[in-house]
Design a protein. Structure first.
Length: 276
């Protein structure tokens, strides 16, 4: 009898842990999605409250950095490199969010950090060292890398669902830049010639692993060019996210809710068993 009781206790604990481990990931994703607008608004507020002298100093350093790379690309693939390290001499606080990227059609809002280190890529997306920073200069291409999903965030999971002419916005130093998707490429790691800037163009390239299912031996590039629209420069157009992106997020919320209910049911049964 005592042995059966011990086995039942172990069984309950295993079920509780078995539900809790994946549930924690789904809950983190749900939380990140539900709080993304608040995080974005907080970033905008911080930018608006930042001293002009600090903004000017950081912008000057960013311009100098872009000049220093002289249109050459000497990047390291952040998804292959181990212990990827970078230096951030642009900001006073190297852990600070540098900019924000918004992709209305995919309902994405992510902080951009300088340098695609493991720590930065776990918090958002990041610029790749050796490519330009997205400060709105001609003859530059800023490369922004993001995971193809992460254990606690969707990141760039749905990136290949973008279409030509979809809008991408970058908020930086109190300015909103608008880009339009112009093309896609699937390349092998280290094909960095694909990331060279184009004469007279202001570009960004979004970089993530490909294909969606492991092993992800290739890289997906989404190329976008800067456009100027005075009527929309201070607002992000209200675009209905595509159905696949919306359905995936809805599924995450449903799984999170069902997981919480199941976990509570098992915990209540376990407590009743202990008290019986």
């Amino acid at each position: 009898m005592k042995r059966k009781t011990i086995k039942r206790k172990i069984g309950y604990l295993l079920v509780i842990v078995g539900i809790a481990l994946p549930l924690s990931g789904f809950l983190q994703i749900s939380f990140n999605e539900l709080s993304k607008d608040a995080n974005y608004n907080k970033f905008i507020e911080l930018q608006n409250n930042k001293e002009e002298s600090t903004k000017e100093e950081e912008l000057k350093k960013a311009i100098d950095y872009n000049k220093s790379i002289k249109g050459e690309v000497s990047a390291i693939d952040p998804f292959d490199a181990r212990d990827y390290k970078t230096t951030n001499d642009i900001q006073k606080n190297g852990d600070e969010v540098f900019a924000y990227i918004s992709i209305p059609s995919l309902d994405i809002k992510k902080p951009i950090y300088i340098g695609a280190t493991d720590a930065n890529m776990a918090k958002g997306v990041a610029t790749i060292e050796g490519t330009a920073l997205p400060i709105g200069e001609k003859n530059t291409r800023a490369v922004i890398a993001g995971h193809r999903g992460y254990y606690r965030d969707l990141m760039f999971l749905n990136l290949e669902e973008l279409k030509e002419n979809d809008e991408i916005f970058i908020d930086i130093a109190g300015e909103r830049q608008e880009y339009r998707v112009v093309g896609f490429e699937v390349v092998n790691p280290n094909e960095w010639e694909k990331l060279k800037p184009l004469e007279g163009k202001e570009m960004i390239t979004l970089l993530t692993c490909h294909p969606l299912k492991p092993p992800r031996r290739q890289r997906l590039l989404v190329n976008a060019e800067r456009v100027y629209d005075e009527e929309k420069k201070d607002t992000i157009k209200d675009v209905e996210p595509n159905k696949n992106a919306s359905n995936r997020m809805l599924l995450v919320h449903i799984v999170s809710l069902v997981g919480i209910i199941l976990e509570l049911i098992v915990i209540v049964k376990f407590i009743r068993f202990l008290l019986s």
